[in-house]
Design a protein around this ligand. Sequence first.
Ligand SMILES: Cc1cc2nc3c(=O)[nH]c(=O)nc-3n(C[C@H](O)[C@H](O)[C@H](O)COP(=O)(O)OP(=O)(O)OC[C@H]3O[C@@H](n4cnc5c(N)ncnc54)[C@H](O)[C@@H]3O)c2cc1C
Length: 375
Amino acid sequence: MGKERFDCIVLGLGAMGSSTVYQLAKKNKKVLGLEQFTCAHSMGSSHGENRLIRKAYFEHSDYVPLLERSYELWKEIEKNSGRKLLHETGLVILGDPSNSYVLKGVKTSSETYGIPVELWDSAEIKSRFPQANVPSFFRGIFEKTGGFLEVENCVRTQCELASSLGAELRFEEPVVRWKQLESGFEVVSAKETYYCESLVITAGPWMSQWLRSLTDKFKVHRAPLFWFKSSGAFRSELGTPCYAFDTPTGFFYGFTEKEGLIKIALHLPLEEVSEMDTVNREIKPTDLKPVADFVKNYLKGISPEPQKSGLCFYTMSPDTHFIVDKVPDSQNAFFAGGFSGHGFKFSSLIGEVLSDWVVGGKTRNPVDFLSVKRF
Ligand SMILES: Cc1cc2nc3c(=O)[nH]c(=O)nc-3n(C[C@H](O)[C@H](O)[C@H](O)COP(=O)(O)OP(=O)(O)OC[C@H]3O[C@@H](n4cnc5c(N)ncnc54)[C@H](O)[C@@H]3O)c2cc1C
């Protein structure tokens, strides 16, 4: 007991950790993944049915090569598991072209990397997405490769693939501390003590507990989700895409219909959370108000009374870009965090990057712009 030694231990099996254990197992590493909750749980940042994915990235065009690789990896995961996870329903982003930095960013990325997109004028919006109620000066940019990922199924599938390749995954086993030894690491969980050559920390909203010198780089915020009743008009079989609206009251996005419901959210970090383990997970009337107003004002035929809701967490970095790097003052310890509410689509790729670093110290994926050294 207590003397098990692994090539690598991964702390946290959410989006980034499940992908990392899969990628390490693919590289024949003896890997242990430790997760405090169950597989694909709803306590952190990776739950709520679906996540948008798109290539013409308005946040910064440097992400586009990473997205190309993420898509390849999602398709490989689908092939290896025989499961459908990525749904390319198409995605339309609507806004006022005279002042929308979102539309400008989409245009820049699509032009820089030659990503095919369609520009929709008012008539095209009416015919292709008649459920939208937007002013006539709004324009749309439609990306055929946009769509969504099944969030819990992506996490579950990568854990299952990792296990089938020999990874040890232990759930409901929180890590309580780790320390660097002369050679490798000691990792102590609530149940056992383990040893490893390399350590990967993918603790999502619990990140700052593990990287004390970087606490101020990971601020956790509440992010609510709402489901509204739909009468069939938002089904993807009708050609309805996923959608996002850059409005004067915020950036709202939503999905195609599943079991008579559409999920809608505001992309905005709400109140900061000081302690994840004691956070109040209730939804407040002020969480709903902007989303219900959006539904009322911008979507046709949808009642603004939600049928269900959920709470998720954004871990914000100071500049809203991810932080993926070596743990400061350590050897062979790496981390990925601060995904700022837009990281899920990249998780297949992040696991590849972290596993490349564990195995050989370098990666061919261009992630230098995500280094912590930028701060
Ligand atoms: C409401 C909402 C909507 C979003 N929409 C999108 C979107 O449309 N597109 C997109 O790309 N991204 C989106 N995101 C962002 C994306 O979901 C996150 O960036 C991503 O899921 C973060 O993954 P993670 O692995 O860092 O965190 P998590 O998935 O939370 O994983 C961290 C894991 O570490 C575990 N852990 C922590 N401490 C310990 C410990 N001591 N011992 C063991 N295990 C531990 C946790 O239990 C957890 O399972 C959204 C996020 C939210 C909240």
